[in-house]
Ligand binder design. Sequence first.
Ligand code: ZN
Length: 284
Amino acid sequence: MGDILSGLESMGLGSLSEVDLFHDKEKKVEKKEPEKPVEKKTEEKDLVYEKGVECACCGYSFKEKTIRLGKARMISQDMDLRPRYEEVDSLKYNITACPRCGYAALTKEFTHLSPGQARLIKDKISINFTGLKYENDTYSYDEAIARSKLALVNSIVKKGKISERAYICLTLGWLTRGKSESIAEDEESRDMLVDMLSNEENEYLKKAAEGFAEALLKEGFPICGLDESTFTYLLAALNYETGSYQESMRYVEKILINRAVSERIKDKARKIKEAIAEIRNAGK
Ligand SMILES: [Zn+2]
């Protein structure tokens, strides 16, 4: 064929330089596999955007990082209902915190603040608050944990609902779990860190279980947006996870004997029951 097509290489068309000028096909022209369009993987930073917020405590206007969860893919849920998304740990973004006065709360509760509560926060938090600092456009686990702790102390100071405090403890437990899972395999002190975080997580979950049990006596449903059966299940799961098997079984039985509870939740409760039975058998 001569060299009349040589030089195509420089245009990236080298594979075409050997084709027969007049005799189509049959001749095996090595066709390159058509390149698959590279699908850009959605990352955490793609889902984060800033939303304008006016502080319910001091009136300051600021921007808060939040996520477009509609674009994230939920892949699973842990036994204690912690949601898992493929691209992002959504729990890092469920707190709104004012950078000026230090008022922080679960985002959906942020605007619910009475004048009396605002006064308590100003007197006990704002007066000492020195600000929040962030490294990047997305929140690290440590930053998210610090924000949740700020929300927790706010909830205590403003005398928020027990269930709200318990839920923030649960969030802290989930974030600690997320942080532990994010430690690189080759991190030198990995085992030690995982151990330490597992203990911390356990403490948070215990506090959450304790607070939710109290909320059950004092508050009406829905509690933290959960109906009675889901909430009872959550108590069963938290008690199971923290080793209070007897307490866990008490909630499991409550679920299993209640005809009004959906099969989906009963199935989840049965899994806990089986897991406890296994542990008890192994202990014998
Ligand atoms: Zn403020």
